[in-house]
Design a binder for this molecule. Structure first.
Ligand SMILES: Cc1ncc(COP(=O)(O)O)c(C=O)c1O
Length: 408
C-alpha cells in the first residue's frame, strides 16, 4: 500500500492531503532542513559536521544496562505500567535534587518530566501560543524550537546576538512593541552559535522579564558541558520570577531514552500537566525508572566529566584545523562548551550555495539561514565537533577550507 509519504509528485501529495482534509497551515510547515541535510550527509564516505549528535562511543552503555536490570528488579510491574502525567514521583524528587545548584529553591512539585526537551518546547507552545502571537528569540536560534512554535502559527521578533549572547539592550523596546507571549533563549553554548550569554545580559533579561511579567523559556541542554571558564548562574538564580527552564539527559547521557524535564513556578504546573496529558499521557515509565536507578548509581557526574574531556579535545582539534586551513576572512567564535562552532564565511559567500560543493567533496554542515526565523545569516554555517574522530575533523576541515578558498 502506498503511504502518504510515498506519493511521488508534490501535486499528488497536495491532492491526497487535501482529500484527507489536512489542516491548511500544517501543509505549509517545512521539513527540518537539518533532517534533509542529514539524509545527504549519511552517504558513505561523507564526513559530517551537520548533526547535533552526541558521540556514540561515549554512551555509558554498561551502566545503563545495569540500571535497566535494577529498574526491573526494584520496581517490577510499576516500571512497565501506566504512570502519572507529571512523572514518576521519586524521579521528580531525584531531578529536583540533581539540579539544585543551578535551579535552587525548587522541589518535585516544580518538575514535569517530558519526552525530550523537544516535547518541553511543544508543551510551552501549546500552552501559550495562539495563531499570530509573537515570540521573541535570539537570531540565530534553535531550529527545532522554531519547528515546535511554527506548528501553533507563532510570529517572531528576533534580537541580534554578539559574542555576549542576546543583545538585551534591544529587548525592552521590542517587548513593549510586540507584547510577546514569551522570550525564548538558549543561554549556554547556544545551538547553533556556541555563544554563552554574559552575566550582565542575563541580569538585564531577568529585569525586563520581571518588569513586564513575561515568561522566559530558558532552554538549557548544554549547560553542564562546560570545557573552560566559570559556570554562569541560571536565570532563576538571578531572581527571575517567570522562568521556565528546560533540561535534558540527551546530551549528558543518551538521547534515546527521551528523558528531559521542565522546571517552572508551581502555580503554572497544572496548565502544563493538562497539556502533557493530552499529548502522550506520560513519558515512558520504564525510561524514567532506568534513569532514576542510573542517578542512584552515582555515576553521572563522572560521566559528564568524561564527555567534557572528549568534546573539549575535539573542539580544540577543530579550531586548530580551522586556523590552519581556513582563510583569515572566515571568522568563528570559540565556544566554551557544548557541541557547536559557528562560522561566518568571507563576505558575499553563501553557506547554502557552498553546501552542494561540500557534499561533492564529501563533507557536510548545516548552513545558517534556517536558524534565522526572519531572514539573514546567509553567510553563516554551523559545525558540530562532538560526533567525529580527530582524523575526520582534520580531514573534513581541510576539505571545507579548500572549498571556501576556491570560492572566494
Ligand atoms: C537547544 C536545544 N533544545 C532542545 C533540544 C532537544 O533535545 P531533546 O533531545 O531533549 O529533545 C536540542 C537538541 O539538539 C537543542 O539543541
Amino acid at each position: 500500500m502506498k503511504t502518504i509519504t510515498d506519493s511521488n509528485t508534490k501535486a499528488n501529495t497536495m491532492n491526497s492531503f487535501e482529500k484527507w482534509g489536512v489542516t491548511p497551515h500544517v501543509l505549509t510547515l517545512e521539513n527540518s532542513i537539518i533532517r534533509e541535510i542529514l539524509k545527504l550527509s549519511s552517504q558513505p564516505g561523507v564526513i559530517s559536521f551537520a548533526g547535533g549528535l552526541p558521540a556514540p562511543e561515549m554512551f555509558p552503555e554498561a551502566d545503563l544496562k545495569e540500571a535497566s536490570i535494577r529498574a526491573c528488579d526494584t520496581y517490577h510491574d510499576r516500571a512497565l505500567q501506566y504512570s502519572i502525567s507529571m512523572g514518576v514521583p521519586e524521579f521528580r524528587t531525584a531531578i529536583a535534587e540533581f539540579v539544585k545548584e543551578q535551579v535552587p529553591d525548587i522541589n518535585a512539585e516544580n518538575v514535569l518530566i517530558t519526552s525530550g526537551s523537544q516535547q518541553g518546547l511543544d508543551i510551552v507552545a501549546r500552552a501559550f501560543i495562539s495563531p499570530g502571537d509573537y515570540i521573541i528569540c535570539e537570531a540565530p536560534t534553535y531550529v527545532g524550537a522554531l519547528q515546535a512554535f511554527n506548528f501553533y502559527q507563532a510570529k517572531y521578533e528576533t534580537v541580534d546576538m554578539d559574542d555576549q549572547g542576546m543583545i538585551t539592550e534591544q529587548l525592552e523596546a521590542k517587548v513593549k512593541k510586540f507584547k510577546p507571549k514569551f522570550i525564548y533563549v538558549v543561554p549556554n553554548f547556544q545551538n547553533p552559535s556556541g555563544i554563552t550569554m554574559s552575566l550582565k545580559r542575563r541580569i538585564q533579561l531577568v529585569e525586563i522579564a520581571n518588569k513586564y511579567d513575561i515568561p522566559v523559556v530558558e532552554d538549557n541542554p548544554y549547560g553542564e558541558l562546560r570545557f573552560e571558564g566559570e559556570p554562569m548562574p541560571s536565570l532563576t538564580q538571578l531572581g527571575g520570577n517567570t522562568i521556565i527552564t528546560l533540561m535534558t539527559f540527551s546530551k549528558i547521557c543518551a538521547p534515546g531514552f527521551r528523558i528531559a524535564w521542565l522546571i517552572a513556578p508551581e502555580d503554572i504546573m497544572p496548565v502544563f500537566e493538562k497539556v502533557k496529558q493530552g499529548g502522550d499521557l506520560h513519558t515512558s515509565t520504564f525510561s524514567q525508572y532506568v534513569m532514576l536507578e542510573y542517578l542512584k548509581m552515582g555515576k553521572l557526574n563522572d560521566h559528564i566529566k568524561k564527555i567534557i574531556k572528549c568534546y573539549g579535545a575535539r573542539r580544540d582539534v577543530m579550531i586548530k584545523a580551522m586556523d590552519e586551513y581556513f582563510p583569515s576572512e572566515a571568522k568563528y567564535v570559540k565556544p566554551d562548551g557544548g557541541l557547536f562552532l559557528w562560522l561566518t564565511l568571507p563576505k558575499g559567500m553563501s553557506g547554502k550555495d557552498l553546501l552542494p560543493k561540500a557534499i561533492g567533496e564529501k563533507v557536510a554542515y548545516v548552513y545558517g539561514a534556517p536558524f534565522f526565523p526572519n531572514g539573514g545569516g546567509e553567510d553563516t554555517l554551523r559545525l558540530n565537533f562532538s560526533n567525529a574522530s580527530d582524523e575526520n575533523i582534520i580531514e573534513g576541515i581541510k576539505r571545507l577550507g579548500k572549498i571556501i578558498k576556491d570560492n572566494m
